[in-house]
Design a protein around this ligand. Structure first.
Ligand code: KIV
Length: 269
């Protein structure tokens, strides 16, 4: 909220201004109304309906099985909770790789039916980015460890280690900016490479496992809330231990029922 009590809605140009002003950008995933509402109220700048939904919400082994309809469904739920943050939705596997025209139709559905304000695309699909941008659909790029290419990479290890892959990522970042991306996610690449790209580009970079030199940071909400307590890769920080809190609350509820302590008189009619 501003001093006059107005909502400082984060738009695409507003997000880009944060970089110009030297203010770091906070991004967090959400997949449902409740978490989206809480994250928005807490002041996150951008909420990403990530295709990570397939892993952390649905329990798939990777993000490949996620469909366009599933992304639209989750975006609709998140949309209802987001008032201030910029709402970006991931384009899932095979919804943007086939042709630019098909991508335009699919991205249009995410905006029209889901209510997203921008889409995110993994990889250097520059012709597609140009077409979407021309049609008024803002695109967030995504380079480095792009999880939809997991089988090609053979795992979730650090990208951009070799000199040639480093140069490839730098060139792709340049090309995506020229094509019209309004920002760029850099996932799991060396911190010095992410810093170099962030200094080179005008558009904001959003890092995950890419060091503090990025213009902003993104994490999967369930990861940073400690909901998957055994999942603690180096780039994740647990800001809460919700898994343990939930277990304790549910165990207390179960015990109260078994002992006949719930409901009490005040909870009865
Ligand atoms: O799917 C996702 O959640 C993502 C972010 C972690 C960048 O792509």
């Amino acid at each position: 909220m501003s001093k006059e009590g107005k909502l400082n809605k984060i738009t695409v140009p507003q997000l880009q201004r944060l970089k110009e002003q030297g203010e770091k950008i906070s991004v967090l995933t959400a997949y449902d109304l409740l978490f989206a509402t809480l994250e928005d109220q807490a002041g996150v700048d951008c909420i990403l309906v990530g295709d990570s939904v397939g892993m952390v919400f649905a329990g798939y082994e990777n993000t490949l099985p996620v469909t366009l309809d599933e992304m639209i469904y989750h975006t609709r739920a998140v949309r209802r909770g987001v008032k201030r943050a910029l709402l970006v939705t991931d384009m899932p596997f095979l919804t943007f790789q086939i042709s630019p025209r098909e991508t335009l139709r699919n991205a249009g559905r995410i905006m029209q039916e889901g209510g997203a304000e921008a889409v995110k695309i993994e990889g250097a699909y520059c012709e597609t980015v140009e077409l979407l941008t021309k049609a008024g659909i803002p695109v967030m790029g995504h380079l480095g460890l792009t999880p939809q290419s997991i089988h090609q990479f053979g795992g979730y290890s650090l990208r951009g280690k070799s000199d040639s892959e480093r140069q490839q990522i730098i060139q792709a970042a340049r090309d995506l900016e020229t094509a019209g991306c309004f920002s760029l996610v850099l996932e799991k690449i060396p911190a010095d490479l992410a810093t170099e790209i962030s200094a080179m580009l005008k558009i904001p970079t959003i890092g995950i496992g890419a060091g503090v030199g990025c213009d902003g940071q993104v994490l999967v909400n369930y990861d940073m809330l400690g909901l998957f307590e055994d999942f603690k890769p180096r780039f994740v920080r647990h800001y809460a231990q919700l898994a343990e809190e939930i277990r304790q609350a549910v165990a207390a509820y179960v015990q109260d029922i078994k002992l006949g302590n719930f409901p009490g008189e005040k909870e009865s009619f």
